[in-house]
Design a protein around this ligand. Structure first.
Ligand SMILES: NC(=O)C1=CN([C@@H]2O[C@H](COP(=O)(O)OP(=O)(O)OC[C@H]3O[C@@H](n4cnc5c(N)ncnc54)[C@H](OP(=O)(O)O)[C@@H]3O)[C@@H](O)[C@H]2O)C=CC1
Ligand SMILES: O=C1OC[C@@H](O)[C@H](O)[C@H]1O
Length: 408
């Protein structure tokens, strides 16, 4: 027996770059990615600017004619046809706009980073829980089939015990020419800086491997050491490097017997280290003719090299360790697995599908991009900013609501 798909009705809050990309993805037929149980409808969009800006946006993305164009965010969240609000404003506004939507009784998908700091994130998740509403940080990379495939390889133990993860999301920019001092990437009033915008992906890869290797209920926050180099024009971070120390990341460690009769499990203390990098001045891959992995996951029996930009990688290579002296060499061959993004989309529809399924099933949080992990990543970024001396205005770091000038 086939039942009809569950329909989620979306309201898009803001009309900028990523709102456009995401909304176009919502309009891609889910059957092109073999999803038959859910369906998305774009019922409204809002611009803080004017309803005509929202109308232009709706036409540009190809939304249904009957979708409503709102001239304010307050009007969007009051729209009774909207089930789920997608928030695509700058970082500085996520806390205010997510509260606006939750307090109006809407489920929310909010762009990364969920907030400016972990305290704000915790408050939003408590509010969602109290109001019985779904809330998720839009870390779309988590929902890629490629990401799931890598997590499965790690969980299978084929790579042995995972000891190290290195992850880099850096762009090679002429920062002054490209961003000046007004672009959201570098403007402090908009929560700018490499760490919150790009570093969150480097940490995402570290967490999706090492946080999940710790046992449920026994997870401990890693030790964190961070270095920040500031952009002279605005004081935001333009280059941030983070080292993390995960103690006793034990699930997936091997206990195979080696030639001398010992077991790897006996010798391994379970610790793992990570390096999460981001910069606006150099690139993870300065020259496409010389491919370099954006993420490297290292186990005692081999590595995984992830290729392509880390928010949206399209292939990975399994690299077996070859060490003549080892009793137990890797039992797999070099293999590259490539993935496609179907339906002509960008790949953001998989996170939207997760939202629909969670709402359908009455879940408040995703089992893939859960609340605790989201808060833990924010805590790491808080600590790195503390060590590197980068703070935002008191109001932006506060949990005061509503703040004037934020359209709430
Ligand atoms: N997941 C991903 O791959 C990506 C995620 N992002 C995230 O999405 C968010 C938005 O980024 P992006 O779309 O590139 O940004 P844009 O500057 O392109 O768009 C931001 C939109 O927010 C609205 N807005 C409301 N208040 C302000 C304000 N004071 N200043 C500027 N804009 C304001 C505007 O829409 P309006 O006038 O209609 O209200 C504007 O168009 C960020 O949090 C970023 O981290 C960004 C790029 C990629
Ligand atoms: O989320 C993002 O991923 C891709 C980057 O180009 C963009 O600046 C960032 O916001």
């Amino acid at each position: 027996m086939t039942s009809s798909p569950f329909t989620l009705r979306w309201g898009i809050l803001a009309t900028g770059g990523i709102a456009t990309t995401f909304t176009k993805d919502l309009l891609v037929d889910p059957s092109t990615r073999d999803a038959h149980d859910i369906h998305h409808v774009v019922v409204a969009a809002a611009s803080s600017n004017s309803s005509s800006r929202a109308e232009t946006f709706l036409r540009a993305v190809g939304a249904p004619q009957e979708a409503t164009a709102h001239g304010s965010y307050a009007s969007l969240v009051a729209d009774p046809n909207v089930d789920m609000v997608y928030i695509a404003t700058p970082h500085s506004h996520h806390y205010q706009h997510t509260r606006l939507a939750l307090e109006a009784g809407k489920h929310v998908l909010v762009e990364k980073p969920i907030t400016i700091n972990s305290g704000q994130a915790r408050t939003l998740y408590s509010l969602a829980k109290a109001r019985n509403l779904f809330l998720m940080e839009a870390v779309w990379t988590r929902f890629f089939p490629l990401t799931r495939s890598i997590q499965e390889v790690i969980a299978s133990g084929r790579l042995g015990t995972i000891k190290r993860v290195q992850s880099d999301l850096s762009f090679w920019n002429d920062v002054e020419a490209e961003f000046g001092s007004e672009h959201r990437m570098v403007k402090k009033e908009l929560g700018g800086g490499a760490l919150l915008d790009l570093g969150v992906y480097s940490l995402t890869w570290v967490f999706l491997v090492l946080w999940h290797l710790q046992r449920d209920g026994e997870r401990v926050q890693p030790g964190v050491k961070g270095w920040i180099s500031k952009y002279a024009a605005t004081g935001c971070d333009e280059m941030t490097s983070v080292m993390l120390d995960f103690r006793a990341a034990r699930v997936g460690s091997t206990t195979t017997t080696t030639e001398d009769g010992e077991t790897e499990g006996d010798k391994d203390n379970g610790d793992a280290h990570a390096l999460a990098l981001t910069s606006l001045r150099v690139s993870y891959q300065p020259n496409p003719h010389v491919p370099q992995p954006s993420v490297r996951i290292q186990g005692t029996r081999g590595d995984i090299l992830v290729h392509g930009i880390s928010p949206r990688p399209l292939s990975y290579t399994l690299v077996p360790a070859q060490n003549e002296k080892r009793g137990q060499p890797a039992d797999f061959e070099v293999e590259t697995k490539s993935f496609e993004i179907p339906g002509g989309g960008h790949g953001m529809f998989w996170e939207a599908d997760e939202c629909a399924r969670c709402v359908r099933d009455g879940k408040l949080e995703s089992g893939v991009m859960g609340w605790e992990e989201s808060v833990r990543v924010m805590e790491v970024m808080d600590e790195v900013r503390r060590q590197g001396g980068v703070g935002y205005d008191e109001e932006l770091e506060s949990e005061k609501y509503p703040l004037e000038g934020f359209g709430v």
